[in-house]
Design a protein around this ligand. Structure first.
Ligand code: BGC
Length: 406
């Protein structure tokens, strides 16, 4: 299918902590103050410059936009909601509406309010109730301006980085995990702090709590807005293999562990699925790929397999994130094209894909890696805050205008 279905959502995504600036009431800001992760500070100042950024999105032909709202702003103290911050997000949504850009809101994208992080975060027994209360509050405040809500962004990535690798707050590494980093003297060291076997058990508890939290939030959202479309945003790492029995088993185990174990837990509380696709691993003879600025193999066409992996849940799918870190903008246009070709093939196979949000609209804070990795369709100069549209963004625009690959 060269032409995509009528009404297909074309756009890009951002996340509050990564672009808004000065989200100080969060676990990440505290970790930055303690020198454990890079400082975020003002970043792109999207909190104040969203009008300018949405003008650019409009100019680039986008008819949809994925954004997240910052829990630490909205619920600065346990059970206390800040109506002014909710009003801020209403104004943001109105700015999208004015430009005829359909919003997709993510209610929680990795960062926790400080009070919650300091009282146990997703380890807390009652986290499902706390999370559902927060989600329902946001949806009742914004519900007339937005129909699409994702509860959680990339639950497994969150749990893995926080509780297995110990590289994100609260920095708990399960002893046998953690990425090995080579040192100058030839030895290596694992990343992550506070290693202990107990953290593995905490990890499994957190994954379970994330599942229950999504399911509880789904019901709570439906109570306040029965017709809202509620999803979870799931990252899918594609595992392929050369067909030998052992490599097939490895692929199956990894797909189950990283994707299906979570999806099976939430599958009855979903109206839609958000797919984040970035990576593929091939078990078999080593293949040679070009690598992105993240050091990741570039295999954008793997989005096709990722969509097939989610097909078994029989829900409409929106690509919530997919993109490449490429500061020179050398590969991005071709990357986007191949990615969209993959989506097009999936549509031909009958998979119900409703939209494609490139990651990201703007250069942003790439978590523990800081601001050097440039995913944006739009370059941000952090000194002057000047926005410069990258050439690849115009290529994406042409695809959008054609409603399909060129
Ligand atoms: C996350 C984004 C992140 C991107 C690139 C996804 O894991 O949702 O926050 O910036 O991938 O690493």
């Amino acid at each position: 299918m060269k032409k995509f279905p009528e009404g297909f959502y074309w756009g890009a995504a951002t996340a509050s902590y990564q672009v808004e600036g000065y989200n100080e009431n969060t676990d990440w800001a505290l970790a930055a103050r303690q020198g454990k992760v890079p400082q975020a500070g003002r970043l792109a100042d999207h909190y104040h410059r969203y009008e300018e950024d949405f003008d650019i999105a409009k100019e680039l032909g986008h008819n949809a936009h994925r954004l997240s709202v910052e829990w630490g702003r909205i619920e600065p103290r346990e059970g206390v909601f800040d109506e002014e911050e909710l009003e801020h997000y209403r104004t943001v949504l109105k700015a999208l509406k004015k430009r005829k850009i359909t919003p997709f809101i993510t209610l929680w994208h990795f960062t926790l309010p400080l009070w919650l992080a300091q009282s146990g975060g997703f380890e807390r027994k009652d986290i499902h109730r706390i999370f559902a209360r927060y989600c329902a509050k946001v949806v009742s405040a914004l519900g007339d301006l937005c129909d699409n809500y994702s509860t959680i962004n990339e639950p497994n990535v969150y749990a893995t980085h926080c509780y297995l690798y110990g590289v994100w707050p609260p920095f708990k590494r399960a002893s046998i995990f953690g990425k090995k980093i080579g040192k100058e003297d030839g030895t290596s060291e694992r990343t992550g702090q506070n290693a202990s076997f107990k953290n593995f058990l905490t990890y499994t508890k957190v994954v379970k709590n994330l599942i229950v939290s999504h399911n509880t939030a789904y019901d709570a959202i439906k109570e306040v807005r029965p017709d809202a479309l509620v999803s979870v945003v799931k990252h899918v790492h594609v595992f392929e293999n050369n067909g030998t029995a052992w490599n097939r088993i490895k692929s199956w185990i990894m797909a189950h562990y990283q994707t299906h174990a979570f999806m099976i837990g939430v599958q009855h509380k979903l109206d839609m699925i958000g797919l984040n696709y970035y990576r593929q691993t091939y078990f078999g003879e080593p293949k040679v790929y070009e690598v992105s600025d993240m050091g990741w193999n570039m295999f954008p066409e793997g989005i096709y397999q990722a969509l097939h992996m989610l097909k078994i849940y029989h829900k409409p799918i929106v690509i919530a994130e997919a993109g490449v870190a490429d500061a020179r903008d050398a590969f991005r246009a071709q990357y986007i094209e191949k990615q969209i070709e993959g989506v097009s093939r999936a549509l031909q196979d009958g998979i119900d894909v409703r939209g494609h949000m490139y990651w990201s609209l703007l250069d942003n804070y790439e978590w523990a890696l800081g601001t050097d990795k440039r995913f944006g369709l739009v370059e941000v100069d952090y000194q002057t805050l000047k926005r410069t549209i990258r050439p690849s963004a115009h290529h994406y625009k042409k695809i959008i205008e054609n409603n399909g690959i060129l």
